[in-house]
Design a binder for this molecule. Structure first.
Ligand SMILES: [Zn+2]
Length: 127
């Protein structure tokens, strides 16, 4: 079982990471007002032009705004996912269910939580 002190340390680490993720997300995206936890990429020049046309791909035009936006989209997706995990872990601390494997319910080793406080599973059930 995690003691209170360790739990508090991990909670502090999670809160710090959450703030960092949010400030990183804010540089490339804005929170979606309609969907909690979802972020919309700030577009540069072009609008919802998700797919680069085949011509452009073949022509080897690689550096343009849409590429920059795609990179930002990929980055924002990663940050969003991580933020979701971090928030999930913080919720579990509140509920008192923190530190157990989501797959089998076993306790997650303290070392693993210290390496990744947002870990959802033990080593055996890493997704
Ligand atoms: Zn497990």
């Amino acid at each position: 079982m995690l003691d209170q002190k360790t739990t508090n340390e991990l909670k502090t680490a999670l809160e710090k990471e959450r703030d960092l993720l949010i400030s990183e997300l804010e540089t490339i995206a804005t929170p979606d007002p309609n969907l909690k936890g979802d972020w919309d990429i700030k577009h540069s020049e072009w609008e919802e032009n998700e797919i680069t046309s085949e011509e452009e791909l073949e022509g080897g035009i690689s550096v343009n705004e849409s590429d920059e936006d795609m990179t930002n989209k990929a980055l924002s997706d990663r940050l969003e996912l991580r933020l979701r995990d971090v928030n999930g872990a913080l919720e579990k601390i509140e509920k008192g269910t923190y530190g157990t494997c989501e797959t089998c319910g076993a306790e997650i080793p303290e070392d693993r939580l210290k390496a990744n406080p947002a870990a959802k599973t033990d080593m055996e059930h890493v997704v």
